[in-house]
Structure formats: C-alpha cells, structure tokens
Design a protein around this ligand. Sequence first.
Ligand code: GLV
Ligand code: MN
Ligand code: MN
Length: 410
Amino acid sequence: MKRETLRIDGERLMRRLDELARIGAIEGGGCCRLALTDEDRAGRDLVVAWMKALGLEVSVDAIGNIFGLRAGGEDLPPVMTGSHIDTVRTGGRYDGNLGVLAGLEAVRSLNEAGLATRRPLVVAVFTGEEGARFAPDMLGSLVYVGGLPLSEALAAVSIDGKVLGDELRRIGYAGRAAPGVQRPAAYVELHLEQGPVLDAEGIALGAVEDLQGISWQELEISGQSNHAGTTPMRLRHDAGYCAGAVGTFLRRLALEMGGGQVCTVGSITLHPNLINVIAARAKLTADLRNTDEAALQAAERRLATFLEQLAADEGVSIATRRLARFEPVRFDERVVRRIEAVAARLGHACRRMTSGAGHDAQMLARVCPAAMIFTPSVRGISHNPAEHTEPAHLEAGANVLLHTLLELAA
Ligand code: GLV
Ligand code: MN
Ligand code: MN
C-alpha cells in the first residue's frame, strides 16, 4: 500500500474508545478513572493488552508511565505520541483516551499495511495527567522530562490521603526504568479541544501553537466555630464566608483583567459543615490560567493581597499551599506547520489555536519538538460525562496524527 493513501479505521477506533469507556463508566456516558485507582489499573491492563497484541514492546517506568515501542528501521530516538487514560471524577470518555487509542490505531494501520518507519514509534500513557487525585497535573510527563524529582512525585498525597508510590505498587505499575532515559525525537498528541472554539466555527481540526500557564493553590482558612443563632455578625470569624469571598473575588478579578484570564474555585470543603455551626475551617482550591505569564503573575499577586486583607478584616488565618505552577508554553513551529500541512493534504479545515487545558505535550515540549492536534468538543463541554466529539472528527484527527507521525519518523 502507498503511504499517502493509508488511513486509520474509524470504526475500530470508536470500538476501542467504547471498550475503554466501560471501565469506570458513570451515568451520562462518562468515566471515573482517577489516577492509580482500581479503575485506572483496569484501564491500564486493557491498554497494555492491546499494545502487546499489536506487537509493541511494552515498558513501564518508575512513575508508572507506560510505553509501547514499535521498532524502526534504524536505532534512532523515537517519535512519540500518546496522552493519558486517567480521568477526573466526572470525566468524559475522550479526554486523554483519544490520544492513546488513536496512537494504537495508527500503529495498527501501519502493521496491517506492512509499512516500516525509519525511526521507532512510541505510544505513551502518562501517569496522573489530570491532577484531580494527585497534584500537580501532568505529573507523569513532568517527572519524565525531569521537571519534578521522582522521589517527590512518589511522595505526593492524594485527596483521599494515599501516598502515590504506595498506590503505584498496589496497582502493579511501579516499573523499574528510570523515567525519561530516552529523549524522543519529537512528540505529537491528539486531544479534544475541551473548549468551544472549533465547534462554534465549524472547523474540523486545530493545530495547537501554544498553551496557557497554570497556577494551582490550595487555601486553608482557619476561623472559629460558633453558634449560628447567637453569634452577632460582628463577632464572627467565619471560614465559610471567607471561602465564598475568595470565589467572588476571583471571578471579578478574571472579568476585570479580561484578555483570557480565567479563575476557578472548583473545590470547597467546610468544617464542621453543619447548618447551625459557623465554619471553623475551609479548604478550597484556586485555579488561575493565562497565556501571558506577566498577567498570570499579576493575578497571583492580586489574590495574595486580597487574602491578606481578608484575613485581617475577618480575624482568620489563611495558609496557602502550591499545588502546581507551569508557565505558558509555545509549541514547536515546525511541528505545528507540519500538522497544518498534513491536515490540508488530507482535506480537513484546520485553524491554529491555543490550548486552555493542560496536556502532557506541554511537558514533552521541554525536551523535544512538540505540538498538538485538536478535535472539536461539541458545545465546548469537557470534564463532564456529556463530553462529545463527532466520530468523523475523531477519525480526521487520528488520520492527521498518523501522517504527522509518519513524516516525523521518516
Ligand atoms: C487538565 O485537564 C487540566 O487542564 O486541568
Ligand atoms: Mn486530557
Ligand atoms: Mn482533563
């Protein structure tokens, strides 16, 4: 078969997506496979079985990243693709999974056509991309590129109080290989946009040229429990009120700053969390993102100033803990252009865009030329069981991935 006419099998890709989505399935068609849970293990086992069935040489590194290697004609650094299969608690079925399974589908197409590549190809499954159970997000790929010491990552504690290294051993994915021994020649990741741009504009694909900086903090507010009926408003040290005030402040801050600044308080827990007790403690998260590093730093400073004032005004103490901090990333212009050229050749409309979400590709970009291909998310919905991309768009994205890999590995 001629290389140019090679295409992936869209139905086979959909079947694999459906099968993986059955593990940890939740109402509404989504998935709950939080990192290093039993569901994550079952998902990993399935993907590893598929890798082996494709003849890939499977290895697992010490942070649990899984690699499936297809040998090349020459012993050169490989071209890598992949993503993650962990999900948020109320995740969709495509976030991450698409990139991994499209990588497998690309390998299967090459195998069936009997096509060899000069460079080896690797399909990677990175550990704990979501950061929903263990922070930071993109943890496995961050360790892989040397951005976080292995020992520190293994000591991370989950939202349910478990140590990452213990959980990795428990599910049988604490591998031996030192993470990141082999630097890829290039990395390309297929993913859903997870935002509204492509869907609104009716464009099939995105060539991602940059990605927002991410600032995650956990705030712990300590006030004083007291009786909800008897305590005059002026005598309160109400951690619950303060948590609400932070949420309101961040929303106003984002709207006032504009320019793509986004802020989210996605988690609040109160103690003792009872109707008639003023909350003594609040634990909440702040997620701030911007493509402009200076603006993101300004937003962080404004939050810090606000917290100081709030603590003084309300007579509470506020402790902050850094969960993640990544600067904005520019992807490799040559790889972005290659994606655009491949999309044009295959007849798919493609626009350049920014990623609002974090991705493993942003970590790989530290060590090799990297970029991403986006498919539309219907109504821009993601991190939600209703996440959806039309099968034709998934297929288009997987074909552009296949041919971009072929060119990079030539
Ligand atoms: C990962 O999905 C993130 O961007 O938070
Ligand atoms: Mn993802
Ligand atoms: Mn996600």
